[in-house]
Design a protein around this ligand. Structure first.
Ligand SMILES: NC(=O)C1=CN([C@@H]2O[C@H](COP(=O)(O)OP(=O)(O)OC[C@H]3O[C@@H](n4cnc5c(N)ncnc54)[C@H](O)[C@@H]3O)[C@@H](O)[C@H]2O)C=CC1
Ligand SMILES: O=C(CO)COP(=O)(O)O
Length: 342
């Protein structure tokens, strides 16, 4: 196995997980974080006490707050920065990029207003060609606890896919490959919306039939939307699609599910956002996807319903009732297209 020099940008839950996997696999790895206090704490304790307390990190993992030096010393760079700051960080790193650099987003969100996907931002802001994304059912704490999991790396560049496999694979973490970059990253971003809906459903103690219907119709809606944006619908049958939807919509470890549960328990969105000390991409994604779907004329009943509950103050009861009494719809649109959508 060849060893790579790896940089991970972002010292939150997931950046720490990725950096720890790479370092534990013997790759020279530096985790870049901007906060000097957190940097000093991580250097001293070799633990991410803020986001992943109780998990010892690889003794080989290095930490830095020097963005350009960290990037310049790496071959493979993972960007694990929330979508709202993603472009700013990649732009700041640009002076250190080289044409041979491989850039991989781990971020499950879309840029507000522009609707740019993270792979598009990586390409635009860096000017580089070797771009990829990873996504899948990857709850950070489970991976830190070495519970078996898999992820998907998507890129048109085979050597990048191989490098990510070599860097992250181990006895409890398996990396699968895909070439449908938009499909994989849209899967990761869109499922956060439905994790919020699932959290609301859980708070209302809805039954298993309801949960199964919600998840299945979520998958139908996600793939319908993504196909309009040029993704392959079959990607949604993979680990990044149905896999991540199942994990995130079922787990109280998911921050998006937690937000939904709090909404369903009667808390206001303002209170929830104030209390939340971590990233829940779904809140912005609901807003951004609703406006994009409206502009493109894509039917998204679950997104519209959720938007009405969260942003327009409509009652959940009225929204669900309207959905249940709507005219007959197609089960699988690739088998029976909706009239007018053949
Ligand atoms: N936590 C998880 O289980 C997983 C998270 N993801 C995705 O990874 C991305 C990052 O999420 P987490 O690490 O969980 O978030 P987090 O909330 O745990 O941490 C975010 C980190 O980004 C840093 N950050 C924010 N703005 C920054 C800026 N301008 N410059 C430098 N650093 C900045 C924060 O200081 C913090 O360290 C999200 O898009 C999330 O959807 C993907 C898979 C699993
Ligand atoms: O994407 C995730 C698991 O695959 C993490 O989900 P949350 O961002 O909702 O915690």
């Amino acid at each position: 196995m060849s060893t790579l020099r790896v940089a991970v940008l972002g010292g939150g839950s997931f950046g720490t997980v990725i950096a720890n996997l790479a370092a534990s696999n013997g790759h020279a790895t530096t985790l870049w974080l901007r906060d000097p206090e957190q940097l000093a704490d991580m250097r001293a304790s070799h633990e991410n006490t803020r986001y992943l307390p109780g998990f010892a990190l690889s003794p080989e993992l290095k930490f830095s707050d020097d963005l350009l030096a960290t990037v310049a010393a790496a071959d493979l760079i993972f960007v694990s920065i929330p979508s709202k700051a993603f472009r700013a960080v990649v732009t700041a790193a640009k002076p250190a990029f080289r044409p041979d650099h491989m850039l991989v987003s781990t971020t499950k969100g879309v840029e507000k207003d522009s609707f740019a996907l993270m792979s598009e931002i990586l390409r635009e802001a860096s000017g580089l060609e070797r771009i990829g994304v990873i996504s899948g059912p990857n709850l950070a704490k489970e991976i830190m606890a070495k519970q078996i999991a898999g992820t998907v790396v998507a890129s048109a560049d085979e050597s990048l896919r191989d490098a990510v496999h070599e860097t992250l694979s181990c006895t409890f973490f398996r990396v699968f490959a895909n070439t449908d970059v938009y499909g994989v990253e849209l899967s990761g971003a869109l499922k956060n919306i439905y994790a919020v809906a699932s959290g609301i459903a859980a708070a209302h103690k809805l039954g298993e039939n309801t949960r199964a219907m919600l998840l299945t119709r979520s998958l139908a809606e996600m793939s319908r939307f993504a196909v309009h944006l040029g993704a392959n619908p079959l990607t949604f049958l993979g680990l990044a699609g149905v896999g991540d939807l199942l994990a995130t919509c079922s787990s109280s470890l998911s921050r998006n599910y937690q937000v939904g549960f709090a909404i369903g328990s009667g808390q206001s969105l303002e209170e929830i956002v104030e209390d939340l000390e971590q990233t829940a991409e779904g809140i912005n994604t609901i807003h951004t996807v609703k406006h994009k779907a409206d502009a493109m004329g894509i039917r998204m009943p679950l997104v519209n319903g959720l938007y009405d509950v969260i942003y327009n103050g409509k009652s959940l009861y009225d929204v669900v009732l309207a959905m249940m009494l709507a005219s007959q719809s197609s089960d699988v649109e690739f088998v029976l297209p909706k009239p007018g959508e053949e």
